[in-house]
Design a protein around this ligand. Structure first.
Ligand SMILES: C[S@@+](CC[C@H](N)C(=O)[O-])C[C@H]1O[C@@H](n2cnc3c(N)ncnc32)[C@H](O)[C@@H]1O
Length: 280
């Protein structure tokens, strides 16, 4: 049973962190003319109305996009990401928030291609409406983990896979790691980025320990939290593991994340870090 709906969380601090990293990754692919492929294994709805009852239930967007919306300066990644958010809000008010597919679509060139997988029937329908008639976007009502087997390696031989599960299942971290191993086995030169929630340190550390032993090379990990890990099991922060990170990503994250922490963290709580999990 799928009950997770991303609309409750759209635009929160974890979404902003993830979408900023995604923006950096996609823009790195634009440095070469050769077309690229983007696979989003857990795509959700693609666009969210922050005025909807779902979004307003806990107003999570107030921990992320709302404080960032008016920013005019900041690192280049922030300006680029906000450009994608503003593209949905031409009247200047932050009403619609782009999901990962919309953010990447903002940057796709005519020769580039994306595949989006989503299992929830309502979400996949909304996603289909969002990209109706768009020939560069293919939507699959399919298990994203299966898609890694079916769609990789892509003929383009360059590109990015985002794995962003809902973490409803108790063994999701194991499934995620198994899927990454499989994806990496099929396409060792692709960029893979996977998101994970951090409620407590121990669970995140155990996941990273397993990752180090996975046999996957060239892995950068970045984490960002706005609240302390003080034993309260809420979404204090989140992390991303990036396989085959592009040149300069580490440097970009080291200037982006302290800036973001200054803007979003609650009264000096939380932390950020960037670390090589496994070298080349
Ligand atoms: C965290 S949301 C994705 C958010 C999206 N990537 C973004 O950044 O805008 C996770 C989504 O995965 C979907 N889902 C859960 N299990 C899945 C599976 N095995 N394959 C594909 N989608 C799945 C859920 O229905 C949910 O919409």
């Amino acid at each position: 049973m799928l009950s997770y709906r991303h609309g409750f969380h759209a635009g929160n601090h974890a979404d902003v962190f993830k979408h900023l990293v995604l923006t950096l990754l996609v823009r790195s692919l634009l440095r070469k003319e050769k077309p690229f492929f983007y696979l989003d294994t857990h795509a959700a709805a693609g666009r969210y109305d922050l005025g909807s009852a779902m979004a307003r239930k806990n107003r999570e967007y107030e921990t992320g996009i709302v404080p960032l919306w008016k920013v005019k300066d900041g690192p280049e990644a922030v300006r680029a990401y906000l450009e994608a958010v503003r593209a949905l809000n031409p009247d200047g008010k932050p009403r619609f928030y782009p999901g990962s597919p919309r953010i990447v679509r903002h940057y796709l060139r005519p020769g580039d291609r994306m595949a989006l997988c989503e299992l929830h029937p309502n979400e996949v329908k909304t996603l289909g409406d969002e990209f109706a008639g768009d020939k560069q976007v293919k939507i699959h009502h399919l298990d994203g983990y299966q898609a890694l087997k079916a769609l990789l390696p892509p003929p383009e031989r360059r590109g990015l896979v985002l794995i962003d599960p809902a973490f409803e299942l108790s063994d999701e971290r194991r499934r995620l790691l198994d899927a990454l191993k499989e994806g990496y086995r099929r396409w060792a030169t692709g960029i893979f980025a996977a998101w994970y929630p951090i409620q407590d340190r121990a669970t995140a550390d155990e996941f990273l320990r397993r990752f180090k032993k996975s046999g996957i090379h060239n892995v950068l990990a970045a984490e960002f939290s706005i609240l302390d890990y003080d034993g309260t099991l809420r979404l204090n922060g989140s992390g991303m593991v990036i396989i085959n990170p592009p040149w300069k990503l580490e440097e970009d994250l080291r200037s982006l994340l302290p800036w973001l922490w200054e803007k979003l963290a609650a009264d000096g709580q939380g932390m950020w870090r960037v670390e090589w999990l496994v070298g080349e």
